[in-house]
Design a protein around this ligand. Structure first.
Ligand SMILES: Nc1ncnc2c1ncn2[C@@H]1O[C@H](COP(=O)(O)OP(=O)(O)OP(=O)(O)O)[C@@H](O)[C@H]1O
Length: 340
């Protein structure tokens, strides 16, 4: 939340906070899930997952399409029921205390659901009215949020005239109108061009710095690396690993990766030959993964590995040395790529 926005608490939202049924001090965890499960008939979309999100933390669910990320978010947001397990959001049970939970959350769904008929400013004000916030207070709040979202110049524009990145920023501004404790973002930058993604990341980074708890889903490893203090890697409804981006990379991958291309049909055959060239002691070599278009040589010192490849007479068409990423962690854990 922008500092300026914090200075003027939402009056009606404050009432909602003081009417908390548990009445006690705010819990240290913003969200706690234990054995959280969601089944659709025979199909298990979320399979008994445990995690907690501390207040002020930026927490991610990283996984491919269909991993169960959105379903988990929908249970947190009190719009889908759970089949089994425990879930606590700001100390409340979303299933039993849906309206109270929703009053404490800002939700950014995968698809923008802005009111196309209204102007940018009106979108924020109307959304605030749903929370019962007074119109006069909302007029000032809308200006703060427009500034935060870098949309002041567009205040009177209609939503249909905005770019994709602007719409996304407006959706975030709108979700902040009730001064939520936790912001839920489902795939916040999917579909945006690189420049629009960076502008959005910058805004989210600002929110993170001012202490807003962020929970986001993504299948972009760079987004998770940029924004998350901690994340869970999910696949088929299960948690495969948990940790900080750098901790996960340290635990599950080598420091560096050598990417080699030998030409479409030769990669598998070359992988076998290179396994004979590179031994575990050499260059901190760990293993080779064969992808359809390239080989990934996992080694602590990839430049040294490349020297050894050359010294053994192998001539890749292209070679690239890079640091390991969360994509490599996912590949290691599941044998698959994050984006199929
Ligand atoms: N209402 C539903 N009825 C039946 N199956 C569903 C329903 N909603 C989701 N699923 C299934 O549950 C699984 C998890 O879906 P979910 O949307 O949570 O995945 P995701 O990780 O968020 O992926 P995406 O990024 O594609 O949304 C998918 O296989 C999906 O088809």
């Amino acid at each position: 939340m922008p500092d300026s926005a914090r200075a003027t608490r939402a009056p009606a939202a404050a009432d909602a906070v003081s009417s908390r049924p548990d009445g006690g001090a705010a819990p240290s965890d913003a969200i706690t899930a234990v054995g959280l499960t969601k089944r659709y008939g025979d199909f298990t979309a979320v399979d008994g997952i445990d995690f907690s999100v501390a207040r002020g933390e930026s927490f991610g669910l990283l996984g491919p399409n269909g991993a169960g990320k959105s379903t988990t978010m929908r249970m947190i947001a009190a719009v889908a029921s759970r089949t089994a397990g425990e879930l606590s959001v700001a100390g409340l049970d979303p299933e039993k205390q849906g309206p109270e939970v929703r009053a404490r959350l800002g939700v950014i769904p995968q698809q923008d659901n802005l009111d196309e008929e209204l102007t940018v400013r009106e979108n924020i004000i109307m959304y605030g009215r749903y929370f019962g916030l007074p119109r006069r207070w909302l007029l000032g709040k809308a200006e703060e949020l427009l500034e935060f979202a870098q949309l002041t110049q567009k205040a009177k524009a209609r939503v249909e005239d905005l770019s994709g990145g602007m719409k996304r920023r407006l959706t975030i501004a709108r979700a902040l109108v009730n001064e939520p404790d936790v912001l839920l973002l489902d795939e916040p930058t999917t579909g945006l061009d690189p420049q629009a993604r960076h502008v959005l990341w910058d805004r989210l980074f600002r929110l993170k710095e001012t202490g807003t708890t962020l929970v986001l889903t993504t299948h972009h490893m760079d987004e998770a690396e940029q924004l998350c203090d901690r994340l869970i890697v999910v696949d088929h409804g299960r948690i495969m690993a948990e940790g900080s981006p750098s901790g996960l990379i340290r635990e599950h991958s080598t420091r560096e990766v050598l990417e080699l291309r030998f030409g479409m049909d030769r990669n598998a055959e070359q992988a076998e030959e290179l396994t004979g060239v590179l031994t575990p002691g050499d260059a901190g070599f760990d293993r080779i993964e064969v992808l359809p278009d390239r080989l990934l040589v996992y080694a602590e010192r990839a430049e040294e590995a490349l020297e050894q490849v050359h010294a053994a007479g192998h001539r890749p068409v292209t070679s690239l040395v890079r640091r390991s990423s969360l994509e490599d962690v996912f590949l290691r854990l599941t044998g698959r790529s994050l984006i199929d």
